[in-house]
Ligand binder design. Structure first.
Ligand SMILES: [Zn+2]
Length: 124
């Protein structure tokens, strides 16, 4: 008797998981352009020894924008204009959201798998 209840609640749980999965899938379908790596900015000192940038951190030159990613274990870096940085920052943010959604879907699927196994084990 209590086992039947368990199967019923497992079925309900599975329905809920399926609904959540569909919601996440619709988020995926709304995803815009995506980009690897990350964008940063830095302030640099120059080659002129008398320049204030060497003594005053506020006088450093920049910001200089750059993009980095890992390729075959090595960090690859490219300098960017501010405008390029703005575009890629958004696309990188899109990618992070996408990866977050994918992680959620993987977790849900794992739960669904365990729930299905439970139902199989306790029915028939
Ligand atoms: Zn300088």
């Amino acid at each position: 008797m209590s086992q039947e209840m368990n199967i019923q609640s497992a079925q309900k749980k599975l329905d809920t998981l399926r609904l959540k999965q569909k919601e996440l899938a619709s988020q995926l379908s709304a995803t815009e352009f995506i980009w690897n790596g990350s964008v940063g900015k830095r302030f640099l000192t120059c080659g002129t020894p008398s320049c204030h940038c060497h003594t005053d951190p506020e006088a450093k030159h920049g910001p200089y924008y750059y993009w980095t990613t890992k390729k075959a274990g090595k960090t690859v870096s490219r300098s960017l204009s501010e405008q390029q940085a703005e575009i890629l920052k958004q696309w990188i943010e899109n990618r992070r959201e996408l990866e977050h959604t994918l992680d959620e879907m993987k977790k849900l699927s794992q739960e669904a798998y365990e729930t299905i196994l439970f139902i199989l084990d306790h029915s028939g």
